[in-house]
Design a protein around this ligand. Structure first.
Ligand code: DSN
Length: 422
């Protein structure tokens, strides 16, 4: 078999030096920088290899045993194994592993369970929700009514008295628990109670925290939610994709909504990569990884607080930290650009009740999944906080940013990133 395979990327280099060059540049960038975008990670080489295989040559519309194409003898077995792994790992009755990513997965859930015009109640986007939780510019806000809930104005926490009040007013068909910039625990049990009280479904969107959930580092949504959606590439550390998991009673509606409702042929190469990631996520090492992500985020938050940074909610329970830069007299975009120049990659983000606009907000969002994948621990988080402080007090000082970038590059050498080929 080995003769079939070139050394890593040799065929891309021969065939298309331009694309090869950019992939190599990106690998260097990912190797030499401290990546703090909380929705990103480093997949293992095994996940990456499974994703880039002959499975990309297939068309397999339908589901195992019920395809619209012949030639599925391997693909049917593969997709069934991946479904079974998801069911065991998350403890769910049904798993659909075909959604192309998180946004189509959420759309499929609404398409399956709601009539057009019924009400979605999610955390509003500027307070840490997601576009597909009913935000106006998203199809989810066009085809369904959106009646969002907010975080508390003082604490910036989800306040369940307020959630309940909004739910009683809005009478939503579905409540969404989950988000992209909320740094604290999602209390799925309380969401579930409110959903049942108002006769709504509960969708737990655990895209950001799925790896923490399987590691036991975040409460489990499964006992409380009708449907659980997750992307597969964030803390779960798989390829770019998504899964919808649900009770058996919703299985048929969910499957029909994904295919033929919204998608055509599933990307079986991605599904193979998801399978490898689920296999890895079932190990004791992954459990330790999930707990270390949270320990690192708490250590990083603590070190930033000591350096005078304001953190939304005062800290974190998860992998994610949202910094309010107002007191530092630097705006989110300038901060993110200066950090990138210094070899530290985060993203500018709105903070709750932000007085600035979304394209130039007051916040910076960071997280620890990628640095934890490199084996960094609490002492390294304190060094990262020191570099962030140095860069953010010198946003216009090219020499200072260069100095940090050099130190970061040297530091990264000691923490090899999984999956890289350079
Ligand atoms: N865009 C993703 C994130 O960065 O959180 C969510 O879809």
């Amino acid at each position: 078999m080995t003769a079939l395979h070139d050394p890593y990327l040799a065929a891309v280099e021969r065939t298309d030096p331009e694309i090869f060059g950019l992939i190599q540049e990106e690998e260097r960038y990912q190797r030499d920088s401290i990546r703090l975008i909380p929705s990103e990670n480093y997949t293992s080489r095994a996940v990456m290899e499974a994703t880039g295989t002959v499975l990309a040559n297939k068309y397999s519309e339908g589901y195992p045993g019920k395809r619209y194409y012949e030639g599925q003898r391997n693909v049917d077995l593969l997709e069934t194994i991946v479904q079974d792994r998801a069911k065991v790992l998350f403890g769910v009755q049904h798993a659909n592993v075909q959604p192309y990513s998180g946004s189509p997965a959420n759309l499929a859930v609404y398409f399956a369970l709601l009539q057009p015009g019924e009400t979605i109640m999610g955390l509003t986007l500027p307070h840490g929700g997601h576009l597909t939780h009913g935000w106006a510019v998203s199809a989810t806000g066009r085809f369904w009514k959106s009646h969002p809930y907010e975080v508390d104005r003082e604490t910036h926490l989800i306040d369940f008295d307020q959630v309940r009040k909004v739910a009683l007013e809005a009478r939503p068909r579905i409540i969404v628990a989950g988000g992209t910039a909320y740094p604290r625990t999602y209390h799925f049990e309380q969401f579930g109670e409110i959903a049942r009280e108002v006769g709504a479904y509960l969708l737990a969107d655990i895209s950001h925290i799925a790896g923490l959930v399987v590691a036991g580092a975040h409460p489990d949504p499964v006992p409380h939610a009708d449907v659980v959606v997750t992307t597969t590439h964030k803390t779960l550390r798989g390829p770019r994709g998504a899964m919808i998991m649900c009770k058996a009673e919703h299985a048929e509606a969910i499957d029909k909504a994904v295919f033929p409702g919204l998608q055509g042929g599933p990307h079986e190469n991605t599904i193979a990569g998801i399978g490898v990631a689920l296999h890895e996520a079932a190990t004791p090492e992954f459990r330790a990884y999930g707990h270390q992500i949270v320990a690192n985020a708490k250590a990083l938050a603590e070190a930033l607080l000591e350096r005078g940074f304001d953190l939304i909610t005062g800290g974190t329970d998860t992998h994610l930290i949202l910094i309010d830069l107002t007191g530092k007299k630097v705006i989110g975009k300038t901060a993110a650009q200066a950090l990138d120049r210094a070899g530290i990659v985060g993203n500018y983000n709105t903070i709750p009740f932000d007085t600035r606009r979304p394209f130039s907000p007051s916040g910076l969002r960071i997280g620890t999944p990628s640095v934890t994948s490199r084996g960094m621990k609490e002492p390294e988080m304190r060094r990262i906080a020191a570099w962030m402080d140095e860069a953010l007090t010198n946003v216009k000082d090219e020499a200072a940013l260069d100095r940090v970038a050099h130190e970061v590059r040297d530091f990264c050498v000691a923490f090899p990133a999984p999956g890289l080929g350079v």
